[in-house]
Design a protein around this ligand. Sequence first.
Ligand code: HEC
Ligand code: HEC
Ligand code: HEC
Ligand code: HEC
Length: 422
Amino acid sequence: MIKSRKLSYLFLVVIVLGISFLAGCGPSDKTIAAVQPAASIPDGELDPAVWGKAFPNHYASYLKNNEGGMTEYGGSDKVSKYKKEPLLPELYKGYGFAKEYNEDRGHTYALQDVREIKRVGPTTTGSCMTCKSPAVPGLIDKMGLQYYSAPFSEISKATNHSIACADCHDNKTMALKVTRPAFVKAMAARGVDVNKASRQEMRSYVCGQCHVEYYFKKDTKEVTFPWDKGFSPDDIEKYYKEIDFSDWEHPDSKAKMLKAQHPEFEMWSTGTHGTAGVACADCHMPYQKVGKNKISSHQWTSPLKTLEQSCGACHRNGTDWLQQRVNFTQKKTFDLLLQAEKASDSAHKAVNKAVYTPGADRQLVKQAQELVVQGQWRWDFVAAENSTGFHNPALALETLGKSIDSSRQAELLANKAVGKKK
Ligand code: HEC
Ligand code: HEC
Ligand code: HEC
Ligand code: HEC
């Protein structure tokens, strides 16, 4: 009897220790910080200031998305990507991204930035608003598929707020909520029912509805995620090939190009942290103290600005070590990225010469053009992913290695095509 009581006591101690260990490190299913709303939030309310009346600390944290400040490779100021990657306008020649392309910044600027960007013109469709404003889910409910193909100018008039509370939360329960149909559909096609997701999964899914690779369906312009074959650059390329999709034709190489968007969710999903169950919110929304309360930070920005809070719960080696590890990965990635862009540029130029050389071997030119697309797609995937390799260092470097190989092969074949002309 006494023995068994001792045993159950021991058992309890083990459980308690186990729980506190789990809470201290590793992806935890942390209990929601108990915050009682100070007011109720009306159905359909989109204005974050009104939600802010119920949750003033969260609103104050959200407003900090207006703050700027750069890190070595990321950050929150509106700076042109051409500054550090001067070949980009050449590589995107003939496409909108050759007109203007900036580093991403805070959620509170999303609406202003999409309205001001030079890539938007008279033929731009509503689909471009999809990840910029909480008004979008309501517009999709009202207009159906018509929303996506409506003129951007019309959709822009129906929108007053940049990304806000209603994009991720239910107004009654404050539970996390995926509000964009494209994510729900793409996950369903992969056999995942988003409505049955765990709380820890939702802490990434709400981000995955926007921080992803996507394309517009040919006729309807519906925003669609190309995930049927998987999340890797190779899988997504296969998908695009199968549906014969391309974004534009490069005027030099005449190759039918693909442009990558911001595949953070895809890269993260097979990285060290993604596979260990560490959510986007674990690093990008660390807990912080506000007076007596503990809240999840609602300033979505570079975790390098908050290494202690963002990483310290799991990593005990100190912030200097963390900073060095991140810098190491990012520098290796960025240096190789510049080499891959150079190789891609040489490929476009060699193929250009072959295209305009009478009598050049057309079969070889065609093969070279395909390799140009494969090379550019891969460095672009890494460049458009906003962590400069950190979310998945091994995949980023593999992708850049393959990119350089394809581009140099394209160059060799193009030269061979010209050499064979006699
Ligand atoms: C283990 C921590 C961690 C996880 C998990 C994580 N990130 Fe990151 N993220 C980082 C770091 C570190 C950077 C690099 C920041 C820099 O360069 O200043 C970054 C960069 C970014 C950036 C660019 C920030 C900038 O300053 O321009 C975005 C956007 C982003 N992550 C989104 C996501 C999304 C979406 C997810 C989930 C799918 C995610 N992250 C998961 C740590 C993380
Ligand atoms: C981009 C998505 C996103 C947006 C936008 C957003 N939140 Fe959150 N919010 C989250 C996530 C993720 C959590 C963590 C939830 C969890 O751990 O279950 C959270 C948690 C909360 C919580 C629970 C307590 C806490 O701190 O963990 C409250 C309250 C809250 N948010 C209020 C707001 C308010 C008010 C706004 C608008 C001013 C807002 N949120 C905008 C994603 C978002
Ligand atoms: C409704 C779409 C949407 C959702 C949901 C969303 N984001 Fe974003 N996010 C954006 C857009 C658009 C930008 C770029 C805004 C700009 O540059 O004007 C951005 C920018 C960012 C940045 C860069 C900020 C900086 O300082 O450089 C980070 C980090 C980020 N998001 C993380 C997250 C995380 C983490 C989540 C989930 C908790 C999330 N986002 C959910 C659309 C979204
Ligand atoms: C919720 C827990 C958790 C958080 C938060 C977290 N990590 Fe990790 N991290 C892990 C786990 C788990 C591993 C896998 C190795 C291990 O088991 O220690 C890992 C591995 C790493 C590695 C080595 C592998 C690689 O991909 O290079 C680095 C570097 C790293 N983390 C940096 C960071 C940084 C920087 C942050 C904050 C921005 C962070 N981590 C936040 C849990 C976490």
